[in-house]
Design a protein around this ligand. Structure first.
Ligand code: PMP
Length: 393
């Protein structure tokens, strides 16, 4: 572990060293542990249920295909549900509401438009229209910027936008929180959230009000290959019955019902990813669960945004996201001046810190602070940035 660099990459991202050591041993005798994969998978689902306090109204499914497959699955399953609820509604009166706060919600909108088949895709809010240049995803929209439809088949948002580093505040009193109060009350909300890059980093506000919450394991939990979907039982629908009424047929690999049925293993599960995720969940429980990570992740991002403010005051750095909308998981900023960014990256690498180059679509620097990135590692990057500021101004 001594020789390992610090991985600040956005994903696939860091895993805790003790987990990697245990997994390496586990690999050697994985096949004769005497533990069946179904058992490991069941135990991991229980740990997720405990740590996130998932109510019995919701099932936890282990799927494959990542967030990308869920862009399609949520549309198809929720349109099937809407068809079963309102069989006589003409397609042009069916609407899907999307909140646009970054490139991942944009990708989800594009997939919804591909599959819509006559259904309207309504953009309930577009954060870009609020930015100074009209095209940057630099904030969470304020609550007066949303226009939700009356009875949409789904309402979609991305909790943490991994590329530009925009995340909804978890304090409902903040203007940067998700506007739950604007949604229809006293009804089973068709609320869908992409939690890919913030899942298990802190508790999920209003979890029970969501129809679907999904995330790939590969940021905070484990290796790529496992997709976790928390789905309220009324959204696990008979997609074939819906298709008979005119809904779009749903491929079996994307149908929640197929995977939710007890004792059903419709296709080979990603066994290694489930195994390592189980080790991470077990370790999380020993450390104190989400309360532990919420506190640690809060301190980590505070230290980083503080040094960014110093850099901004001194004209060396510029945060990409407005104060209040900044992600706890992915912190994005520019290094100002000719050649300065390259100098920043070269210096970081010389100090054993990797994965800091921003996504090509926004440029700059991105520091990802997923659960497995320790506070000591954050202190190291903060000290490096502080030194860089002092040497540059
Ligand atoms: N949504 C978000 C917020 C993401 O960060 C990512 C991937 N980084 C995706 C969706 C796509 O997920 P996947 O790569 O698992 O298909």
């Amino acid at each position: 572990a001594e020789s390992r660099v610090i991985n600040f990459g956005a994903g696939p991202s860091a895993l805790p060293d003790p987990v990697l050591e245990e997994a390496a041993k586990g690999l050697l005798n994985f096949n004769n542990t005497g533990i069946g994969i179904a058992e490991i998978s069941h135990r991991s689902k229980m740990l997720i249920r405990d740590q996130l306090r998932v109510p019995p109204t919701h099932s936890i499914l282990f799927l494959q295909g990542g967030g990308t497959a869920q862009f399609s699955a949520v549309v198809l399953n929720m349109l099937a549900r809407h068809r079963l609820l309102y069989p006589d509604l003409p397609d042009e009166e069916r609407v899907m509401d999307y909140v646009l706060t970054g490139s991942w919600s944009k990708a989800a909108v594009q997939e919804a438009a591909r599959l819509a088949n006559g259904t309207t895709v309504n953009i309930a809010a577009d954060a870009r229209t609020l930015s100074p240049d009209g095209k940057s995803f630099d904030r969470v929209p304020p609550h007066d910027a949303y226009k939700f439809s009356e009875n949409p088949a789904l309402i979609y948002y991305c909790e943490n936008e991994t590329v530009s580093g925009v995340e909804f505040s978890h304090n409902e009193k903040d203007p940067e929180s998700f506007p739950f109060e604007l949604l229809p009350q006293n009804t089973l909300l068709p609320l869908v959230a992409d939690y890919s890059s913030s899942f298990m980093s802190r508790p999920i506000p209003r979890l029970a009000d969501h129809a679907i919450i999904y995330a790939g394991a590969q940021k905070n939990l484990g290796p790529a290959g496992l997709t976790i979907v928390i789905v309220r039982q009324d959204c696990i629908v008979d997609v074939d019955a819906a298709a008979k009424l005119g809904a779009i047929p749903v491929p079996i690999g994307l149908s929640y019902k197929i995977y939710a049925e007890k004792q059903n293993m419709p296709n080979t599960p990603p066994v290694f990813a489930i195994y390592v995720t189980g080790l991470v969940l077990k370790r999380n429980a020993e450390l104190g669960g989400l309360a532990y990570y919420e506190a640690a992740n809060k301190r980590k991002q505070e230290k980083l945004y503080e040094v960014l403010r110093e850099g901004e005051q001194k004209g060396v750095l510029r945060p990409f996201v407005r104060p209040g909308s900044g992600s706890w998981m992915n912190v994005v900023f520019e290094v100002l001046g000719e050649g300065a960014e390259a100098r920043f990256l070269t210096g970081a690498e010389a100090n054993g810190m990797k994965g800091l180059k921003g996504h090509r679509s926004v440029g700059g620097i991105r520091v990802s602070l997923y659960n497995a990135v320790t506070e000591e590692q954050v202190d190291k990057v903060v000290a490096y940035i502080r030194k860089f500021i002092a040497e540059t101004q």
